[in-house]
Design a protein around this ligand. Structure first.
Ligand code: AKG
Length: 271
């Protein structure tokens, strides 16, 4: 897949692009089987929450080594639909993966992600420029009831806001301060929900304000995130760097593979 020049312009203007049904049912089934497998693993890369210790996040699915490595997710990350789109929107063919993660918002218990910009945490990782983008793919239908993600169109142009630390959920993060967020919501168009059937995807800029609510439904909401950075923008040394699974040290440029990579990986896993 190759984005059109209009789509790249739209990304620059709005900070995101939506891709309904980007992945097929067969591809989604393979990725869901892998999700089931990895969620059984006990590891610091598998973060749990709530009374039932439901999995909230699983990290580092795209590498060839490590407890959570998955050939199918690795293949997904290299497909033109994901990697080529990221290269085009970052205006650079040399990109690497800062991290990959799967957010598994568990039925009833899965908690919210307050409004935030991803780049604040990544800047603290030592990354200088906000030239990063994330491709997210929903692996189960995403709806407002099950806590779909919302993006605030154009808000990436705001630059980096001065956030506060939110400790209220199992995964602590930097979030926009409430008075600032109220102003941004007056200034920019209505938030856009990332809703759609399994396989629907969105690519968004690292300074785009985004959030999602609690999962009030009876079904889990699963969603993968591949976060790309330009190789030339790799992090500088920082004191006490975060672990490799959130701040990758693998800065080798990624190469685009064939579109059928997930199906091939699925066959090999099943053999
Ligand atoms: O999973 C979600 O709904 C949102 C996740 C998110 O905003 C993030 O990981 O930065």
């Amino acid at each position: 897949m190759e984005l059109t020049p209009e789509q790249v312009k739209q990304f620059d203007r709005d900070g995101f692009l939506l891709f309904p049904n980007l992945f097929s049912g067969e591809e989604v089934d393979i990725l869901r089987q892998e999700t089931d497998r990895i969620s059984q693993i006990r590891s610091e890369m598998v973060v749990r929450e709530g009374e039932t210790e439901a999995v909230k996040i699983m990290f580092r699915l795209h590498e060839t080594d490590g407890e959570t490595a998955s050939p199918a997710f690795r293949a997904a990350a290299h497909t033109p639909r994901i990697l080529r789109a990221a290269q085009q929107c970052l205006h650079d063919d040399d990109v690497y993966m800062h991290h990959s993660k799967l957010n598994m918002k568990a039925a009833i218990e899965g908690s919210a992600w307050m409004w935030h910009q991803d780049f604040h945490a990544w800047h603290l990782d030592g990354i200088a420029e906000p030239n990063m983008a994330t491709m997210t793919v929903v692996l189960t239908e995403a709806t407002p009831l099950n806590g779909c993600m919302y993006v605030l169109p154009g808000s990436h142009r705001e630059g980096r806001s001065d956030p506060r630390r939110d400790e209220s959920t199992a995964y602590k993060l930097w979030v926009a301060k409430t008075p600032d967020m109220k102003e941004y919501m007056k200034k920019y168009p209505e938030p856009v929900p990332i809703v759609g059937g399994a396989g629907t995807a969105a690519l968004f800029h690292c300074n785009l304000l985004h959030a999602s609510g609690h999962n009030l439904s009876a079904e889990d909401r699963w969603q993968i995130f591949f976060c790309f950075n330009q190789c030339k923008n790799r992090p500088a040394n920082v004191e006490n760097p975060r672990p490799d699974y959130v701040r990758s040290r693998n800065w080798t440029p990624l190469t685009v593979s064939a579109e059928d990579g997930i199906v091939t990986a699925g066959r090999e896993l099943a053999a």
